[in-house]
Every structure is written in structure tokens, then in C-alpha cells.
Design a binder for this molecule. Structure first.
Ligand SMILES: [Zn+2]
Length: 289
């Protein structure tokens, strides 16, 4: 299992860094079009059936191409564009999901180490600065240059789907009976572990490693405790719990090697299934297949 040890360099690099995404809290100010097709109890006896009606598909995930504005991100920009990472992600999402409006996805320099969903223009942005930071984290933990790139892009698959989680909660006006940041993490784990095969497993492992490396170097503070994101330690253990819960025998080493305490591990199968069932149920009216 690719779990890494941190070192002093990581501490220096990460001391002032903050994990997670900006989610601007003005969701409620965005006007949303009503779904074109809504169950109507007075119109059809089918409305009483347990299967919700499918909604009208009037939007797509669209990649917004941007010219590179900061020269040091040339390699990252090239790799994202030549491998068509965003286009491939958009294709998969568009094949799977009905949308009530367009959602833009983009990579760009943002002058901050972050990734975020912005409800104002309904866009998901992954900043090159965040990729650069995760590259630094994996390099400082002892990975080779090439391996660090690979693991950074793996972890970005988790980060991207976390932001897609915020975008879908906004687009579908989904109920969130809990912490939205945790709900977005769980959507990322759910999609990776159920839809993306071994690439998805690698993505959740890479995110767990990044949370773990940051957790070891972060001094607890009021600001961290008060933040809407869960603590890095919690995100690390929950990510491991999702992997372990998805297939306990395949991922037994997570527990056998002591990464995940047994007291949590015994609950992970149910926790994983509850996560999968919850997100499946929420997305069912919006699935194309
Ligand atoms: Zn978030």
C-alpha cells in the first residue's frame, strides 16, 4: 500500500498550507431553473411509484480551455491538455448524468493553492498551484519525479470529484443532512471506488496519503478546528475506511499493517455501503442509465 513517511522538508513546505477547497457559501443566491419534468401526484398515478421520474437533460459538463498565464506550469498544462484529462472526465460525466444547466470545468493558475466550485458561474476550477503543491508533497515524501507526477494526478482525480460533488449538490439542490465537505469527499470516494476501477482505488489512496502527510505537519489551531472541512486526520481515516469498506479482503493490509484502527475498520463495510446507497439514491433521478 503506497503510504508514505513525511519529513522535515514537508514540514517546511506545508506549515502554512491549507487542505481542501474553497466553497463559497452563496449557493442560496443563485437562481435555479425548475426541473422541466417533475413528479406531479395529481397528474399521474405513476407519481406514487417509488422510482422517481427522470429529469430533462438541458446541460453538459463543458471544458473551458484557457491559455497558460504562468510559465512554470507549462508541463502541467501540457499534460492536462495533451492527455485530454478534462475532456475525458467531461465525457464520462456527460454519459452518466442529466444536468439542468451547464457546468464548466477548467484548470488554470489562480494565485492560490486551491480547487473550488464557484456557484456564480457554475464552474469547477483546479488550480495549477494545487497540483504543484501536491507534487511537492509527494516528492518530499521520497517519490521519484515521475512517480510524484503520477500520484499527484491520482490525487487530483479525488479533488476534482470532490468539487463535482459541490457542483451536483448545487445543480440538483440535493439535501445534505450533515457536513457538505464530508458529503463531497464521500461522493469522490464513491465515484472512484465504484466507477473507475483500479484508477479509482489509486485516486483514493493518493488522496489519503496527501491528507496523512499534511496531518503530520499541521499544528492544531482554532482555525483548523473551526474550518468547515474535516481535519486532515479525519479525511485520511475516512478515505482509508471507504477503500477498506469497498473490499475488506482485497485491502486487508490497511488494517493488518495498523493504518486503520480495528475499532473503525469493523464499521467500514456498513459505512461504505451507506455512502454508496445514499449517493445512488440522490443521483438516481439524474442518471441517464
Ligand atoms: Zn469542498
Amino acid at each position: 500500500m503506497p503510504l508514505n513517511r513525511s519529513n522535515l522538508l514537508v514540514a517546511l513546505v506545508l506549515l502554512t498550507m491549507v487542505v481542501g477547497c474553497v466553497f463559497r457559501s452563496d449557493r442560496g443566491s443563485v437562481s435555479r431553473p425548475e426541473p422541466a419534468e417533475t413528479p406531479d401526484a395529481s397528474a399521474s398515478p405513476a407519481a406514487a411509484a417509488p422510482t422517481p421520474l427522470k429529469r430533462a437533460d438541458v446541460g453538459d459538463f463543458i471544458v473551458e480551455q484557457q491559455d497558460l498565464s504562468v510559465a512554470r506550469f507549462q508541463r502541467l498544462d501540457n499534460q492536462v491538455k495533451t492527455e485530454k484529462m478534462l475532456e475525458k472526465a467531461a465525457d464520462k460525466l456527460n454519459q452518466a448524468l442529466i444536468l439542468p444547466h451547464t457546468i464548466l470545468i477548467r484548470t488554470r493558475s489562480c494565485a492560490e493553492q486551491n480547487a473550488f466550485y464557484d456557484p456564480k458561474d457554475r464552474s469547477v476550477t483546479i488550480c495549477f498551484e494545487m497540483m504543484e503543491r501536491f507534487l511537492g508533497v509527494f516528492k518530499a515524501s521520497g517519490e521519484t519525479e515521475e512517480r510524484a507526477y503520477e500520484r499527484m494526478f491520482d490525487s487530483m482525480r479525488f479533488v476534482f470529484l470532490h468539487e463535482i460533488g459541490h457542483a451536483l449538490i448545487d445543480a440538483y439542490d440535493l439535501p445534505v443532512a450533515g457536513n457538505e465537505e464530508d458529503a463531497a469527499d464521500r461522493l469522490a470516494a464513491y465515484v472512484n471506488l465504484t466507477e473507475l476501477g483500479e484508477d479509482g482505488v489509486k485516486a483514493v489512496y493518493a488522496a489519503a496519503d496527501a491528507f496523512n502527510l499534511e496531518a503530520k505537519q499541521t499544528v492544531p489551531s482554532k482555525r483548523k478546528f473551526a474550518d468547515e472541512h474535516l481535519l486532515n486526520e479525519q479525511r485520511f481515516y475516512t478515505s482509508l475506511c471507504m477503500i477498506y469498506g469497498s473490499d475488506a479482503s482485497k485491502h486487508a493490509r490497511i488494517v493488518d499493517a495498523g493504518y486503520l484502527p480495528k475499532e473503525r475498520a469493523v464499521r467500514c463495510r456498513n459505512e461504505y455501503q451507506r455512502t454508496v446507497e445514499s449517493w445512488r439514491s440522490l443521483l438516481e433521478p439524474w442518471r441517464k442509465r
